[in-house]
Write a protein that binds this ligand. Structure first.
Ligand code: FAD
Length: 500
């Protein structure tokens, strides 16, 4: 990965702390740090000085632990070699990192769960601000939850479940709450309770110039708007989130497998079914490439099996195909989240990456996406998957609570979408080019059928129209927020909002 710094920056360190009061009674401590431009070459950061000042550990190449500390989730990007990995323990550590690295010509990125599809949280030759140690989850008596930016989803689910509360979020247990929320956050409770970003009440953010701000409806409202779907890595480093939660009800999970040869009729029926479904029902439809492709439908229902079963019967009748298997199971919130995550029989500790003592390995994969605004021609969708091997098309239903907000109400623009379509292939470094060509061909085929948007959390290096595909008409406002909060592009990566 190459990250172009447009200009070298020089940090002047003008310093000076002041207290900023948010209108909603939130008080944030802010410290101004002037930043000026310079054409002259600048020396690299003084890593030894940073090491001495940081409360957490700073790992440099050669230090014990650096080899693991630098890795993200996607093994295809294991070749990225950051100059330093800072294990930040607080917002103050993030400020210290920014003060040390800003203006020294190295890329800087925050890393939370490390699941960026393209390894954007591991800047080559730059500084990783690893927030993983900041993972406290505190459920409060007012129904909100405070979540440290380094928390993985399974940690959020486990803490909420203990308090009988829920937060709608993604299905993979090891994904970081930060990247997920900042790009939107699609999951199995989304249609009933909204995107994760729709639940964001406020965020503590360290800006590029080292101010610590609170972004909420009444404090830094433009930043608050951008943080809800504008994509990770763009506007500042979030160090803590406050979300609204809901009481956790009983849930029912389900899985239907359909016989080979029925994919087109099921895809056609499924698209209409989710368009008409109540918000309590969330479903995905997975078409696996082959000759012919195979298909399964899964999902989660907010309520009891008795109410779900007639809905499943409707899908089966519309598809005019009996499933070869049908599983319907009632579960409590935490068990349903573990089931959807593929770690139903694991402890919470096991639902962690192997390098943190858990059972879940990292993966090497390529994945891209499109967003469906209306049902597509099912025959042609299935044709796109026919004759290929090793590619999955995952249609995840949207609508319901997602569509209750206008496209410009938060930065997430796909409010009227029927579903997201992710095209995924597990691969190896040697197979990457062929796998990329395959997923790109399906993506472009879907675009030709009318699915033109793209979900920024499935960030895609070869997407031709990425700025508008991710953000639609919200792009100009996002660029303005980026200019306001990071005028010198301290945070930059190939698909940053500023570069769109
Ligand atoms: C196996 C897998 C399953 C997934 N499942 C889902 C799903 O169910 N639903 C869904 O919506 N998405 C899903 N995703 C996509 C996921 O939401 C994105 O990959 C997301 O960006 C990951 O966030 P992270 O914190 O783990 O990643 P990171 O790699 O840590 O961060 C991603 C980006 O955000 C930036 N960033 C990280 N932390 C911060 C911070 N605190 N402040 C500012 N910027 C920050 C990084 O610099 C980087 O650019 C999945 C991804 C994978 C790999």
């Amino acid at each position: 990965m190459t990250i172009d710094r447009r200009e070298f920056l020089a940090a002047l360190g003008l310093g000076g702390a002041m207290v900023v009061s948010g209108a909603c009674g939130e008080v944030a401590r802010a410290a101004t740090r002037g930043v000026a431009r310079s054409a002259a070459p600048v020396p690299p950061p003084d890593w030894s000085a940073l090491k001495a000042r940081l409360a957490g550990r700073l790992l440099l190449p050669g230090d014990q632990g650096y080899g693991v500390a630098r890795l993200g989730y996607n093994e295809l990007y294991d070749g990225l070699l950051p100059a330093a990995v800072a294990r930040c323990t607080s917002a103050a550590d993030v400020r210290t990192c920014l003060d040390a690295a800003r203006g020294h010509g190295v890329p800087i990125a925050a890393r939370s769960g490390g699941h960026s599809y393209l390894g954007y949280s591991v800047p080559n030759g730059g500084l990783v601000m690893d927030l993983r140690a900041m993972a406290q989850v505190q459920v409060r008596s007012d129904g909100t939850v405070q979540v440290g930016a380094g928390a993985r989803l399974i940690e959020v689910y486990a803490a909420l479940a203990q308090a009988g509360r829920l937060l709608p979020a993604g299905s993979c247990p090891t994904v970081g709450v930060s990247g997920l929320t900042l790009g939107g956050g699609i999951g199995v409770l989304t249609r009933k309770y909204g995107l994760t970003c729709d639940r964001l009440v406020s965020a503590e953010v360290v800006t590029a110039d080292s101010r610590v701000l609170t972004a909420s409806e009444c404090s830094e409202p433009d930043l608050y708007w951008a943080l809800r779907g504008g994509g990770g890595g763009n506007f500042g480093v979030v160090t803590r989130f406050t979300f609204s939660t809901e009481p956790a009800p009983a849930l029912t999970v389900f899985a239907l497998r359909f016989p080979a040869g029925s994919a087109a009729s099921v895809v056609g029926a499924w698209q209409q079914w989710v368009a008409d479904a109540p918000p309590e029902l969330w479903s995905n439809c997975v078409v696996s490439s082959g000759t012919p492709p195979t298909l399964r439908v899964g999902g989660c229902y907010v309520g009891a099996a008795d109410a779900l079963n007639p809905l499943l019967d409707q899908l089966i009748a519309a598809a005019a195909t009996q499933p070869s298997s049908r599983t319907v199971q009632g579960k409590n919130y935490l068990d349903a989240m573990k089931y959807m995550a593929g770690c139903a029989n694991d402890t919470i500790a096991q639902c962690h990456p192997t390098f943190e003592g858990g059972r879940l390995p990292r993966e090497a994969f390529v994945a891209v996406s499109r967003v469906l605004n209306a049902p597509l021609d099912a025959q042609r969708v299935v044709q796109l998957m026919t004759g290929r091997t090793g590619v999955d098309l995952l249609l995840d239903s949207l609508g319901g609570a997602v569509s209750e907000l206008a496209p410009d109400e938060t930065a997430f623009p796909h409010r009227s979408a029927l579903a997201s379509a992710q095209i995924y292939a597990s691969t190896t470094p040697a197979g990457k080019a062929a796998a990329t060509a395959a997923v790109d061909a399906v993506r472009d085929g879907l675009a030709a059928l009318g699915a033109t948007g793209t979900y920024v959390n499935y960030i895609d290096a070869s997407l031709p129209d990425w700025g508008t595909a991710y953000y639609g008409e919200n792009l100009p406002r996002l660029k303005a927020v980026s200019r306001q909060y990071d005028p010198d592009q301290v945070f930059t990566f190939p698909q940053s909002v500023a570069s769109a």
